[in-house]
Ligand binder design. Structure first.
Ligand SMILES: [Zn+2]
Length: 114
């Protein structure tokens, strides 16, 4: 893990901007991770972790409309989910942190919540 960042708490913010996307309303925005967090996005690496199912929502949407909620709260199987929810699951599992320097494997996402 790089050591030239991380002055804003326990979570390191990756340098630069990247696409933040909302699985509920489909909104996408190019944002710096710190700005996104302050605006109210639920998005890795500050909320959740790359490649681990957790809500991906913009400031206007509720985590109740996420695939994470469908699985962990509503206890729906993948074949009981909507096409949009299945697509979100696939997109989340496809997030590749390989070039980000972000060690997602050591972190627990919101999926560890009861
Ligand atoms: Zn949204």
């Amino acid at each position: 893990m790089s050591t030239d960042m991380g002055t804003d708490g326990a979570v390191e913010f990756p340098a630069g901007i990247f696409v933040h996307w909302c699985e509920s309303c489909g909104h996408e925005e190019l944002l710096d991770s710190r700005d996104a967090y302050r605006a109210g996005w639920d998005f890795p690496p500050h909320m959740g972790a790359w490649g681990v199912l957790s809500p991906r929502t913009c400031p206007n949407c509720s985590m109740k409309d996420t695939s994470w909620w469908a699985i962990t709260v509503d206890h729906r199987d993948i074949d009981e989910m909507t096409a949009q929810e299945r697509k979100a699951v696939g997109r989340i599992l496809d997030e590749l942190p390989a070039d980000s320097g972000y060690n997602w494997a050591e972190l627990d996402g919101p999926s560890s919540l009861d």
